[in-house]
Write a protein that binds this ligand. Structure first.
Ligand SMILES: Cc1cc2nc3c(=O)[nH]c(=O)nc-3n(C[C@H](O)[C@H](O)[C@H](O)COP(=O)(O)OP(=O)(O)OC[C@H]3O[C@@H](n4cnc5c(N)ncnc54)[C@H](O)[C@@H]3O)c2cc1C
Length: 583
C-alpha cells in the first residue's frame, strides 16, 4: 500500500497494456453512483477490463445529487490521470484546476514560532535537506537549540510561500512532486465524458433496492423506473447512503467519532483575486477548521466542525466572518459527514468505493486517494482471477490498515493542538482514545528517540511516510520550551544553517500563475506527456538512487542524554500526557 505523500519515484502507472489480456471471471459489472468515486472507479475498471470483454454500466439517480465538495488532492491523482493517458493540459482547464504544493496549517499550535507550518509534498530534491531536518528535529527533542521548523527544509514550502507553481523549466532534471485543486462538479462531468467515450454504459435511474440470491450475494438491483438490472459484481459508489454495502448487505461499520469529533461542514465560495496560490490553507477555527482552496475562477472555502460543540448557524456565521463575507449575499451549503469505515470494503460480490466505504474527515484531502487505491487494487485481484475468500480477507486488511494509518495521522493534528480557547480544542487535546501505535509513537517522541522504526513497522506507515510524521510533530512545536533549550553540541550542530539554507533554496525557476485562464496557466499545464511524466521519471531515476525518507535512510537518533521528563511535562497539554504513559 502506498503512502499519501512523497515517493515520487513510485507513482508511475502500471506499464503498457497487455496485447492479449486473459479473460477474467466476471462478465458484467454495475456501478451505482455517478460522483467522483463512481466515475474514477469506472475509468480504472474500464482501462483493464473492457478489453477483456467485461461490460461496465454506471447507474446514477436523477434525483440524488453528488456531494459536490472535495476539491483538493494528494500527488497520487497524477498517477490516476497518467495511467489513463489524460494530460494536465486537457483536464486541468476543464476542471478549473490549480497546482497544490501541500497544506499550510495556521493556528493549530499556540507555541511561539510554530503558529503556522506547511505539510509539503516532498520531492526528490528534498533528499538534500531531509537528513538535516530529521537530525535537527531529534536533537531539538533532546534539548538542543537547533532550527527544526519543517518550513525551512522542503522545496514545496518555499514554492507555496512565494505563490509559485511546482512546475520547473524544461531543462530542469527533477520532478517537483505536487497535487491539485479542482472543481469537484466539473471533475465529475469530465470523468463522465471520458468514461462513456471509453465504453462505459450510463443509465440515469434511481435504485430502490437490491435482490439477494440464496447465498446472500447481490443478484440484481431494482429501480424506480421499474427495471431489474443483474450483474456478477456490484460497485457501491452511492455516497454516504451506502445503498448496497450497508442497506443491502448490512456490513458492520466502525465509527471514528471517539477521536475524530467533526461531523458537519459548511461551504461558501469566494472570488479569486490576484495571483493564484499553490497551497491549501487550513485555519483552526473555534470548533474545527476552515479550508481555503484556490481554483482558477474562485476560492472554495468551508468550515469542518463538530456539531457536538457548535450549531450549523454558529458555524456559518464564524466562517462568514473569517472570510469577510458576513453581509455578502453568497449562499452557504451545509453538509453532514459520517466519519468511519466499513469493516469489509469488498463484501461478497460487492465492492464499496468512496464515501460508501468510509470517510476520514477532509483535513489532508485523502478521499480521492482511497478511491483510486481501492479501485486499482481491486482490479489487480480481478485480473489475477482471484476472487476467493482469502483474497477478500487480504484486500480488506489492506484497506483497513490504510484507513487506520491515515486516521492516526489526522488524529495527531488534533491531539497535539495547544489551543485552550474553546472546549472543542481542550477536549481534543485531552482525548485518550488513541490507537496503540499512536501511543507508542508519542512515547518514543517524548523519550527523545527516533520514531522512524515505529512508523516503518506499524500501521502508522501505511498512512503517511516518516517525514510526514516528523513534519507534523515538529510543525506543531512538540519540543521542549525555549527556556529549556541548551546550546547544541558540536555533533548536534554538524549541519550548518548555511548548508540548510543553500540546499533548501535550490528550488528551480518556476511559474507564477497570475490570472484565471491566463496564458501562464495554460503554459503551466504541460502539453507534452513525455516532458511532464515519462522524461522526468527517467531523469529522476538516474539522479536519485535512493528514495527520500524511507525508514532505512533516516539517521538513527544520536543524541546526548535527554531532558525527557521535563520536556514531556511541557511540550504537550497537561491532559495529553496521560496517553503517553511514563515514557
Ligand atoms: C466537507 C467535505 C470536504 C471534502 N474535501 C475533500 C478533499 O478536499 N479531497 C478529497 O479527496 N475528498 C474530499 N471530500 C470527499 C469527497 O468529496 C468524496 O470522497 C468524493 O466526492 C466521492 O464522493 P462519492 O462519489 O463517494 O459520493 P457522492 O458524490 O455523494 O455521489 C453519490 C452518487 O450516488 C448516486 N446515488 C445515490 N443514491 C442513489 C440511488 N438510490 N440510485 C442511483 N444512484 C444513487 C448519486 O446520484 C451520486 O451520483 C470531502 C468531503 C466532504 C464532506
Amino acid at each position: 500500500m502506498t503512502t499519501a505523500t512523497l515517493f515520487n519515484y513510485s507513482y508511475s502507472p502500471t506499464s503498457g497494456r497487455n496485447p492479449h489480456p486473459a479473460p477474467v471471471p466476471v462478465r458484467r459489472i454495475v456501478i451505482i453512483g455517478g460522483g467522483t468515486a463512481g466515475w474514477m472507479t469506472a475509468l480504472i475498471l474500464a482501462r483493464s477490463l473492457i478489453e477483456r470483454g467485461v461490460e461496465i454500466t454506471l447507474l446514477e439517480s436523477p434525483t440524488v445529487g453528488i456531494i459536490g465538495v472535495g476539491e483538493g488532492s494528494t500527488p497520487w491523482l497524477r498517477g490516476f490521470f497518467d495511467s489513463l493517458g489524460l494530460e494536465e493540459s486537457e483536464w486541468m482547464p476543464a476542471c478549473h484546476a490549480t497546482y497544490k504544493c501541500g497544506i499550510r496549517f495556521d493556528g493549530w499550535s499556540t507555541k511561539p514560532g510554530f503558529e503556522s507550518y506547511f505539510h509539503p509534498f516532498a520531492s526528490m530534491l528534498d533528499n538534500l535537506t531531509m537528513k538535516q531536518f530529521v537530525h535537527n528535529v531529534e536533537a531539538r527533542i533532546n534539548g538542543a537549540d537547533l532550527e527544526a521548523h519543517p518550513d525551512r527544509y522542503f522545496i514545496a514550502a518555499r514554492l507555496a510561500a512565494k505563490g509559485r507553481a511546482p512546475k520547473a523549466s524544461e531543462s530542469f532534471p527533477f520532478d517537483i512532486w505536487h497535487g491539485y485543486h479542482f472543481d469537484a462538479v466539473l471533475l465529475g462531468q469530465f470523468l463522465h465524458r471520458k468514461a462513456v467515450d471509453r465504453g462505459v454504459r450510463y443509465k440515469s435511474c434511481h435504485v430502490t433496492h437490491a435482490n439477494l440470491d440464496a447465498d446472500g450475494n447481490i443478484a440484481s438491483v431494482g429501480t424506480e423506473e421499474g427495471e431489474t438490472i443483474a450483474a456478477d459484481l456490484f460497485v457501491d459508489c452511492s455516497g454516504f447512503a451506502g445503498l448496497l454495502i450497508d442497506k443491502a448487505l448490512h456490513t458492520p461499520y466502525v465509527s471514528f467519532s471517539s477521536n475524530l469529533f467533526n461531523d458537519a461542514a459548511v461551504a461558501i465560495p469566494s472570488p479569486m483575486e490576484g495571483s493564484i496560490p499553490s497551497e491549501t490553507v487550513s485555519t483552526a477555527m473555534k470548533h474545527g477548521w476552515a479550508w481555503k482552496i484556490p481554483l482558477t475562477t474562485r476560492f472554495g472555502n468551508g468550515y469542518v466542525y463538530s456539531s457536538r460543540f457548535c450549531s450549523a448557524d454558529e458555524a456559518e456565521t464564524e466562517l462568514r466572518r473569517h472570510l469577510g463575507l458576513l453581509d455578502a449575499d453568497v449562499p452557504a451549503r451545509h453538509l453532514k459527514m459520517k466519519i468511519g469505515r466499513v469493516t469489509r470494503h469488498w463484501n461478497r460480490n460487492c465492492l464499496a468505493v468512496g464515501l460508501s466505504q468510509g470517510f476520514i474527515e477532509p483535513l489532508e484531502a485523502t478521499a480521492l486517494l482511497f478511491i483510486q487505491q481501492t479501485a486499482a487494487t481491486f482490479v489487480e485481484f480481478v485480473e489475477r482471477g482471484d476472487l476467493s475468500e482469502a483474497a477478500h480477507e487480504r484486500f480488506n486488511d489492506m484497506m483497513n490498515s490504510h484507513f487506520e494509518g491515515i486516521r492516526d495521522y489526522i488524529v495527531t493534528h488534533y491531539k497535539t493542538n495547544t489551543r485552550t480557547d474553546t472546549e472543542y480544542w481542550r477536549a481534543n487535546a485531552a482525548n485518550l482514545n488513541l490507537s496503540d501505535d499512536l501511543k507508542k509513537l508519542y512515547s518514543l517522541w517524548m523519550a527523545g528517540k527516533s520514531i522512524a522504526p515505529a512508523v516503518g513497522q506499524q500501521v502508522l506507515g501505511k498512512g503517511y511516510p516518516v517525514f510526514s510524521w516528523y513534519s507534523i510533530m515538529a510543525g506543531m512545536g512538540i519540543f521542549p520550551d525555549p527556556q529549556d533549550l541548551r546550546p547544541p553540541t558540536a555533533q548536534e550542530a554538524r549541519f550548518s544553517e548555511a548548508e540548510i539554507a543553500t540546499s533548501s533554496s535550490a528550488a528551480p525557476p518556476t511559474i507564477r500563475i497570475t490570472a484565471p485562464r491566463s496564458r501562464a496557466f495554460r503554459r503551466a499545464a504541460p502539453s507534452r506527456r513525455c516532458r511532464s511524466i515519462s522524461g522526468s521519471r527517467r531523469l529522476r531515476r538516474r539522479h536519485s538512487p535512493s528514495p527520500p525518507c524511507q525508514s532505512r535512510s533516516l539517521p538513527s537518533a544520536n543524541s546526548p542524554p535527554s531532558t525527557t521528563r521535563r520536556f514531556a511535562a511541557r511540550c504537550l497539554p497537561r491532559r495529553a500526557l496521560q496517553c503517553c504513559g511514563d515514557s
